[in-house]
Design a protein around this ligand. Structure first.
Ligand code: TEU
Length: 583
């Protein structure tokens, strides 16, 4: 009974289909490419792979706009290949988690094409239609994620439809029972194909406040979110969804994307006895440096301190009661290496390989030793830096392209706007995977749909698989460590208080075993005093794993503790990380 579910002790991997691997030379990743790389994923040691949406779509939002849930998008391949992928992953002991986009569909989905035809069409209430507001304008003042109005006027019936995301992504109406039945039928179709679980896109947004009230004009972006995130019927709807679909297929994993939640809500979503979802994504760490008002800049005063607060709060209030997955990189945010850590755009310094590699390893050590299931985003395990595009034409994301126009239109200089896009555009994480050092980084034989990162090609799978000191092998060892000991899965978390905001020291402990983890998130060597009560930590000798800038040279002393007359000092090299077993 000590055994944990694979999704607690294992590591999850996020595969972003358009940019993972192209097998047919059209420049777009595909299932054929995924099939080629199953061995790679097995070597890394991940337990499950979440693949982004691969269903038929006009690709306005890279598949988060589904036109047909029952069909694989042509550029990705065929249903037979999808079945082959499930089987091949299973042979290697890896689960397949699909992306389930059911808050909205594409406006090209047949349901929507019907829905917009007339007010009495049987599909009318599959979507959210409202007449104009009192002033003859939109029904309320909500704004979408793309910073425009969340309502689109449709001339044929003279009403507006709601779209929390792009206007090409109308929101489904979860108040419609017929709509819900159709969704459940579709999910069952995929469960019967043998998929092991679902990442539920924007799932805490499916229950809207039926009054659709106006939001305060100065409300946080996106305006109106308090009326549809964690809405009035959300728990009831999730329970029904569970009972009608996943609940009938024991062992199915559900991972909810639920931005902006309280800890109480996380527990309600994921407490096993409530039968809603297994886990949610912890979406706070990714906000490091971003929560200060400007959606296109990084907070100049950020430090990693905010990570500490978030980690401690989730551990204290959720750990053991509900479950969550932690990530530091994903397809919706620039990569941390190259923006916040490592060689940063604003300070070109040479030696980027050393800094980026060390920063990537520090991030890896941190992610795999905290409470919560680690979720690794493709390329992170290679230390790929954020794509440093030099032209606005290199960007593909609609919101990014619109922002470039808006910001230059306001008079900001081309260079400043490019720096903003590098800092915040989600395309920075979407450049193609680096498989080799060769042509097109081994991603395609054609022209990639989005340019390769002009930098960082030394971070590639082929070179790193053969290099024992690579980021890839660091991640492989971290994943292995989690399998060997219950400490990272189940251990309690005790933060060692440090005066330095850039260094972390924490203990994970079960009844039988204790680990000490040290991380320096700064590119400088740092040191600080440790209170006398913690001085015993200096006696630790059993290093399970370590990394630091210069680790290839042997010139530097990597021992972190220095005993002084009064007690002890902690001294960490740039981006040093270490995991010790305590006596
Ligand atoms: O994202 C939903 C979401 O609310 C956030 O991820 C947010 O859009 C993002 O962090 C902006 O900073 C999901 C998908 O992950 C995203 O790719 C899709 O565009 C979106 O849903 C719509 O399906």
């Amino acid at each position: 009974d000590q055994e944990e579910a694979y999704w607690k002790e294992g590591v999850l991997y996020q595969l972003y289909p358009p940019s993972f691997k192209d097998s047919d030379g059209d420049g777009w990743g595909d299932i054929g490419g995924m099939l080629e790389k199953v061995d790679y994923l097995a070597e890394l040691g991940v337990s499950a792979v979440w693949i982004g949406p691969v269903c038929d779509s006009p690709m306005e939002d890279n598949g988060y706009d589904i036109r047909d849930y029952y069909k694989i998008h042509e550029a990705y391949g065929t249903m037979e290949q999808m079945e082959e992928l499930i089987a091949k992953l299973h042979e290697r002991g890896i689960k397949l988690i699909m992306d389930l986009v059911i808050n909205h569909t594409s406006d090209e989905h047949e349901w929507f094409e019907q829905s917009r035809l007339s007010k009495d069409n049987p599909y009318r209430d599959y979507y959210i239609w409202r007449p104009a507001g009192e002033d003859g304008g939109p029904p309320n003042n909500w704004r979408s994620f793309s910073e425009e109005l969340a309502w689109e006027f449709d001339e044929r019936t003279g009403e507006y439809y709601l779209h929390i995301f792009d206007k090409k992504q109308p929101d489904l109406n979860w108040e419609s029972e017929a709509m819900r039945r159709d969704i459940y039928r579709m999910i069952t179709f995929w469960l019967d194909k043998g998929v092991d679980g679902f990442r539920l896109d924007a799932i805490n947004m499916i229950s809207k406040d039926p009054a659709f009230p106006n939001a305060p004009e100065d409300a946080r972006h996106p305006r109106g979110q308090q009326f549809y995130k964690n809405g009035p019927r959300i728990h009831e709807l999730l329970r029904e969804l569970h009972d009608e679909t996943f609940g009938r297929y024991p062992g199915t994993l559900t991972l909810g994307e639920a931005p902006t939640v309280t800890m109480e809500e996380v527990v309600r979503y994921t407490a096993p006895e409530r039968k809603e979802m297994d886990m949610v994504l912890q979406m706070e760490l990714i906000r490091l440096g971003k929560d200060f008002g400007d959606p296109w800049k990084i907070d100049p005063d950020w430090t990693p301190a905010m990570l500490k607060e978030s980690i401690v709060r989730w551990h204290k209030e959720v750990f053991g009661r509900g479950s969550y997955a932690l990530y530091l990189n994903t397809h919706d945010h620039p990569r941390m290496v190259g923006t916040l850590f490592g060689q940063r755009l604003d300070r070109q310094k040479g030696n980027s390989k050393g800094l980026n590699e060390a920063a990537a390893k520090a991030i890896g050590t941190f992610l795999h030793t905290l409470p919560g299931t680690p979720l690794v985003y493709q390329g992170e395990e290679l230390g790929m830096p954020n794509a440093n595009y030099r032209s606005p034409n290199d960007y593909r994301d609609k919101a990014t392209v619109a922002a470039y126009k808006r910001l230059t239109g306001k008079g900001e200089s081309h260079d400043d706007v490019l720096a903003s896009l590098h800092a915040r555009s989600r395309d920075g994480a979407r450049s193609p995977m680096h498989w080799t050092r060769g042509e097109q980084a081994g991603f395609t034989t054609g022209t990639p749909w989005i340019p390769l990162n002009p930098e960082g090609r030394e971070a590639n799978a082929e070179d790193e698989q053969n290099d024992p000191l690579s980021v890839f092998n660091h991640y492989r060892r971290l994943i292995e460590l989690r399998k060997q000991s219950p400490v990272p899965t189940r251990g309690d978390l005790i933060m060692v208080p440090l005066e330095d905001e850039w260094m972390f020291a924490y203990i994970r402990e079960t009844e039988d075993e204790r680990w000490l983890v040290l991380v320096n998130f700064s590119e400088q060597a740092r040191e600080c005093n440790i209170n006398a009560e913690w001085a015993y930590l200096a006696k630790t000798e059993e290093l399970l794993l370590g990394s630091w800038v210069g680790e290839r040279s042997d010139l530097l002393d990597d021992r972190p503790f220095r005993l002084t007359e009064k007690g002890c000092r902690l001294h960490l090299l740039p981006y040093q990380s270490a995991v010790y077993r305590l006596p």
